[in-house]
Design a protein around this ligand. Structure first.
Ligand code: 13P
Length: 341
């Protein structure tokens, strides 16, 4: 392992109070899908312009501690100055650049409705290259699907094992691993089922992380919230989601973990913020870890629509608005007027 104190410091910086992580690491096919929704052609240049629009919004560093980049963006340059690589630009603002390193979730052989995330082959060398390009943290997303008789133990354990191998390789090479075991909200299951499956998953993940001697202070956990499935007839309210999410994390996540940054996972932007706010408002005294956001869609949806390919000012305004409200939610002060540094 490289210097463990460096890893701990980076993890702390990523989850510091008042700030969260922007997930802007959509793969090119996913980014293309998002651009199609606003009628914009997805090219090397348009993706560069869109991401630069987000990163150059004035004051982003007041709310955003880190940005997860896709390989292409890590190697691109700012629009204002073609000599400045994006990771160096982010560093100059005090924002930690990160990189998605998994190569996607594929069908798990023998389990046709379940997925295993790939990307371990050659990962050590890729991490060294990413470190040299300025990345100081990485992300790996595992996907757990709830359905008839699933998830299987095979799916949970193989994904937990891969997350642990990824995490130890990251720490060996000086990058803080974001460990993301996402229990999907697709389907019709209840919030109680989400709770049970998430708990089972988190226990397997921490068992594997510990078996692989991963330094827990030097990771950031990126979990789903405990929530009713999108197709469930009974939708749990904000209070219940917050209570059950907190309980699940308290029972499953060791206190040493560097911090927790939620994914938004298809929740509306408003709900993702309210849930985070409610948890920080009710439970901050009882929590051993800082609880923040690492949202993709919930931070970007408004900005993407407002930008629509060429409206820089409106795009940045919408993005900053979302970033600021989520920053307030990390203090549990969404409904109060407070000065955020
Ligand atoms: P969402 O917040 O849109 O779920 O994306 C977060 C992410 O990084 C998924 O891997």
């Amino acid at each position: 392992m490289k210097n463990s104190q460096d890893l701990i410091n980076i993890a702390r910086q990523m989850v510091q109070k008042g700030k969260g992580i922007l997930a802007a690491d959509e793969s090119t096919p996913t980014c293309t899908k998002r651009f199609e929704s606003i009628g914009v052609e997805s090219t090397f240049d348009s993706r560069n312009q869109y991401r630069d629009m987000l990163f150059s919004a004035t004051g982003i560093e007041n709310y955003i501690s880190g940005v997860i980049l896709f390989d292409e963006t890590l190697k691109q340059f700012t629009i204002a100055n073609k000599d400045i690589p994006i990771p160096q630009y982010l560093q100059s603002l005090g924002i930690v650049p990160g990189i998605k390193v998994d190569t996607g979730a594929k069908v798990l052989a023998g389990f046709e409705n379940e997925k295993i995330t790939e990307g371990l082959d050659g990962l050590r060398n890729r991490l060294k290259e990413y470190y040299d390009l300025g990345a100081r943290f990485a992300k790996w997303r595992a996907v757990i699907t709830i359905g008839e008789s699933i998830p299987s133990d095979a799916c949970i354990y193989s994904n937990a094992h891969s997350l642990a191998r990824y995490a130890s390789l990251c720490q060996e090479n000086g990058l803080v691993p974001i460990v993301e075991p996402e229990v999907l909200m697709d389907g019709t299951h209840t919030i109680e089922t989400c709770y049970e499956v998430s708990k089972r998953t988190l226990h397997a993940v921490f068992e594997q992380l510990m078996m692989h001697q991963v330094l827990l202070e030097g990771i950031v956990l990126k979990p789903n919230m405990i929530i009713s499935a999108l197709g469930c007839l009974e939708q749990a309210d904000v209070e219940k989601v917050s209570d059950m999410t907190f309980k699940c994390l308290k029972d499953s996540v060791p206190a040493e973990v560097g911090g927790i940054a939620f994914l938004s996972g298809g929740q509306s932007s408003d709900l993702a913020t309210q849930h985070l706010n409610c948890m920080n408002n009710k439970y901050s005294e009882e929590m051993p870890w800082n609880l923040t956001f690492s949202y993709g869609r919930a931070l970007q949806n408004d900005a993407l629509n407002a930008w629509s390919g060429n409206n820089l000012n409106e795009g940045q305004k919408a993005f900053l608005e979302r970033a600021k409200t989520n920053s307030l939610a990390t203090y549990g002060k969404l409904n109060e007027t407070v000065e955020v540094e």
